[in-house]
Design a protein around this ligand. Structure first.
Ligand SMILES: [Zn+2]
Length: 368
């Protein structure tokens, strides 16, 4: 029986058709921001390979012709190649027991007693309800601190704890600014476990404050949004969200906060959150909510989180319409020795297996 209330599940492989079904306004906006094209990769496997292919990919036909969708953001020049074959593989869920054990094995490390085991910043430590700051021993930049979580296991977070880590980080940024009024550009990041670049297992996020101008990727996004506003008279981030929402990629978030599974993810399952400020709890909680969805519903155990903020004090550049942008990305299976990033990602475009429509559906608690 056909149910008109239940549309067929959307898939990234059908993106050109899905864009074609949008309202004329949304279709124009989608075409303005994204270049989308599809192609088919073909191969001819010898008979001797058939059993292995069937076991790994379901059928020989599935690999003989592979559909690839290429999405390029015409403004930021971020781009992704989605391979339908990889995207159709089931998403892994459930925490690996070995990972839990691996994490517990390192308990008792210096971060378990940060007051004795880590240096303080010259302005001292910020102490939150669930975390304490430390000064990073080998610095990225003039100011480089750590938010050391009380929890050894970085995956044992709750919304309260994540909100605390973020507010402690923000307070660290204010302290750095007070110490050096030129260190206006604050950056907050979380590399969760080794595959995400974390060299220490104990739960921690990192904060930096830089001078002169913001980090190039943040400054580039500011310029892109400013150029977009001057050319089209509308807000880049609003329009970006509108395209994602119209296509069914939005993720529920508190009022004023936009969350969506990105159409041009930098790597697997990337989700963006856009909000007016990190000062109040709503964006912090929204970030925590998506991270919980990552770990509990999508089976993610190693991820990066990055926070793009306007500088903490007035600068020469115009940041008046720049929101807070948070980017969350899965870094793959922690037991896999192969890096998820190679020359393609560093120098050309991202290659992604996860389907953003599926990511959005799972994070919305709909069927997978
Ligand atoms: Zn520890």
């Amino acid at each position: 029986m056909e149910d008109h209330g239940m549309p067929a599940e959307r898939r990234i492989m059908e993106l050109p058709a899905l864009i074609g079904e949008l309202s004329p306004e949304d279709r124009t906006l989608a075409g303005r921001i994204f270049d989308v094209s599809t192609t088919t990769g073909r191969l001819d496997p010898p008979k001797s390979m058939h059993p292995w292919i069937e076991k790994s990919f379901g059928s020989v036909e599935a690999v003989r012709e592979q559909r690839i969708v290429k999405v390029t953001n015409r403004f930021t020049f971020e781009g992704t190649l989605f391979n339908g074959l990889r995207a159709s593989r089931p998403l892994d869920t459930g925490l690996d027991l070995d990972l839990e054990r691996e994490i517990e094995k390192t308990a008792g490390d210096p971060f378990c007693h940060p007051e004795e085991g880590t240096p303080a910043d010259v302005f001292g430590r910020i102490r939150g309800r669930h975390s304490t700051t430390a000064s990073n021993i080998a610095k990225y930049d003039g100011f480089h601190g750590l938010i050391v979580f009380d929890d050894h296991n970085p995956l044992h977070f709750t919304p309260e704890k994540v909100a605390d880590y973020i507010s402690v980080g923000l307070e660290w940024g204010r302290k750095a600014l007070k110490t050096d009024p030129e260190a206006r550009y604050f950056f907050l990041m979380w590399n969760c476990l080794w595959r995400a670049g974390g060299s220490i297992i104990h739960g921690h996020a990192q904060v930096t404050a830089t001078r002169g101008m913001h980090y190039p990727k943040v400054e580039s996004l500011r310029r892109t949004a400013a150029l977009y506003a001057s050319e089209y008279g509308s807000d880049y981030f609003e329009d970006l969200f509108r395209v994602h929402e119209a296509l069914g990629l939005a993720i529920p978030a508190p009022p004023g906060i936009r969350a969506f599974a990105s159409l041009s993810p930098i790597k697997e399952k990337e989700v963006l959150l856009v909000g007016p400020s990190l000062e109040d709890d709503s964006l912090r909680r929204a970030v925590a909510g998506v991270l919980q969805g990552f770990t509990q519903k999508l089976g993610v155990s190693t991820f990066n989180a990055a926070f793009y903020l306007p500088p903490l004090a007035e600068t020469e550049e115009d940041w008046s319409s720049f929101p807070v942008v948070v980017r969350l990305v899965d870094r793959g299976d922690p037991s896999n020795r192969t890096s998820d990033i190679g020359a393609m990602e560093l120098y050309a475009a991202s290659v992604v297996a996860s389907d953003p429509f599926k990511v959005a559906r799972i994070l919305r608690d709909e069927s997978s």
